[in-house]
Design a protein around this ligand. Structure first.
Ligand SMILES: CC(C)(COP(=O)(O)OP(=O)(O)OC[C@H]1O[C@@H](n2cnc3c(N)ncnc32)[C@H](O)[C@@H]1OP(=O)(O)O)[C@@H](O)C(=O)NCCC(=O)NCCS
Length: 137
């Protein structure tokens, strides 16, 4: 049975999950730790002591939030873990208090249908432009 904890994964587990998804490395490690520590919320999925997935939310804690690093270990995909991580992240943001809020994300290529199940809408649409990003190194 998978246990979901509202806590960050170990740094090595996070970096392993990212590497397995062929996502770029975060160096130096101190910067990775600061990124994890600076997140608004975390959900880590465990099978016993094994971290098999994670998601984190960054944001201002009041109105604007972003879902980041939704990751499930390759051999554990397709069993509902990723969906549960997203569902719990949405619940954390929506249950936080009164008032409107927004939870954004940048979908990996082809993953849009995975998020549409939870009500996320694609951009651009009639009223909104495309999401945009500026990368630095
Ligand atoms: C995207 C990702 C997090 C999904 O995790 P997951 O655990 O496989 O997600 P789920 O099992 O909840 O759903 C995945 C699919 O399995 C299906 N599924 C869910 N429960 C299932 C079950 N019990 N049995 C069989 N299939 C199931 C879902 O219908 C879903 O199908 P869909 O892709 O056609 O919508 C995972 O593929 C991953 O880590 N990918 C690499 C990193 C990445 O791209 N992250 C997203 C960044 S935006």
């Amino acid at each position: 049975m998978i246990e979901y904890r509202y806590a960050p994964p170990a740094l090595e587990d996070w970096l392993d999950l990212r590497a397995e998804a062929s996502w770029s490395a975060i160096v130096p490690r101190s910067r990775a730790q600061a990124a994890m520590d600076g997140s608004w919320a975390w959900i880590s999925a465990y099978d016993g002591d094994d971290c098999v997935g994670m998601a984190r939310v960054v944001g201002d804690g009041a109105y604007m939030f972003y879902l980041q690093d939704v990751l499930v270990r390759g051999d554990r995909r397709g069993k509902g873990i990723g969906g549960e991580l997203v569902r719990l992240a949405v619940a954390l943001v929506s249950d936080r208090g009164s008032g409107s809020w927004q939870l954004g994300l940048m979908a990996a290529g082809g993953k849009e249908p995975f998020y549409e199940r939870f009500g996320f809408k694609r951009r651009p649409d009639d009223n909104h432009g495309a999401g945009m990003i500026l990368r630095g190194s």
